[in-house]
Design a protein around this ligand. Structure first.
Ligand SMILES: [Zn+2]
Length: 258
């Protein structure tokens, strides 16, 4: 705990007030952690595209990512499963969903997850720079508003399309374009196939594509506990994308510092 609580006896405050102070302090702490997770991306990754980030040590880290939310009926359940298993993930949210469900967006952040930008309306067509700005900047602003200050530095292009002007605009703004190395295919596969797809492709430093919005996500919800349990049995640690980038940056610094 970084906060120092003044003795309640000295202040004459009651137990109830002390509890309030303590829970506010804890809440503040989790917000601070979450702000760190959503903070600046290491310079070496700004404006770059990543699909996996293996560490030199071979440390078994893996990043689960969820796209197309927030979506009330499914995002809730995914947040609950992640919390139950003590897993922090990264959510690439759609701007208009953030506008429609700001409270759900805030919950992602308060649960300690990282947030990334997945455009305003999930378009695939070619964009001028002005159109790309409309898709991306609007979403950035709504994320900031819904969370009370998170400045998203990650961008995932809808459909993974890197050449329609959206990724280029995000990169020009210094955002990191985050693809994936493991496709769960949860946008059409049944739960057993989703599990198989993830487990068969998992590697240290992998980024896993999953979805919490944009369709019926019950197969994802059924598959997720098994995916987490099995990967953990294999020795994997779950990290957010910003944490993964930070781990890599630290490794690079250590190497260059001798
Ligand atoms: Zn998507």
């Amino acid at each position: 705990m970084s906060q120092t609580l003044v003795s309640p006896i000295l202040l004459g405050t009651g137990l109830e007030q002390l509890n309030t102070v303590a829970s506010q302090a804890l809440h503040q702490q989790s917000v601070e952690i979450s702000k760190a997770l959503n903070g600046l991306i290491p310079q070496q990754f700004q404006g770059k595209t990543v699909s996996q980030v293996p560490l030199n040590t071979g440390r078994k880290v893996i990043a689960l990512t969820f796209d197309d939310g927030p979506w009330p009926e499914f995002t809730n359940e995914i947040l609950y499963i992640l919390k139950h298993h003590h897993v922090k993930a990264t959510f690439f949210v759609i701007g208009r969903n953030v506008r429609n469900f700001p409270e759900r967006t805030k919950q992602m952040y308060l649960h300690g997850h990282a947030l990334g930008n997945h455009t305003w309306s999930h378009p695939y067509h070619q964009h001028s720079e002005g159109q790309a700005a409309g898709q991306i900047d609007n979403t950035t602003q709504w994320i900031e508003q819904a969370t009370g200050g998170v400045k998203s530095r990650l961008f995932r292009p809808p459909g993974g399309f890197l050449n329609n002007g959206l990724a280029a605009y995000a990169a020009k703004q210094g955002q990191t374009v985050v693809m994936w190395s493991v496709d769960s295919k949860d946008y059409y596969a049944p739960a057993p196939r989703i599990i198989e797809n993830v487990l068969s492709q998992a590697k240290p430093g992998a980024i896993v594509l999953l979805h919490d919005g944009g369709g019926d996500r019950r197969p994802t919800i059924v598959a997720l506990p098994t995916i987490i349990t099995k990967l953990r049995e294999q020795g994997y640690e779950f990290v957010t994308v910003p944490e993964l980038l930070d781990l890599k940056a630290q490794e690079t610094q250590t190497a260059s510092g001798g």
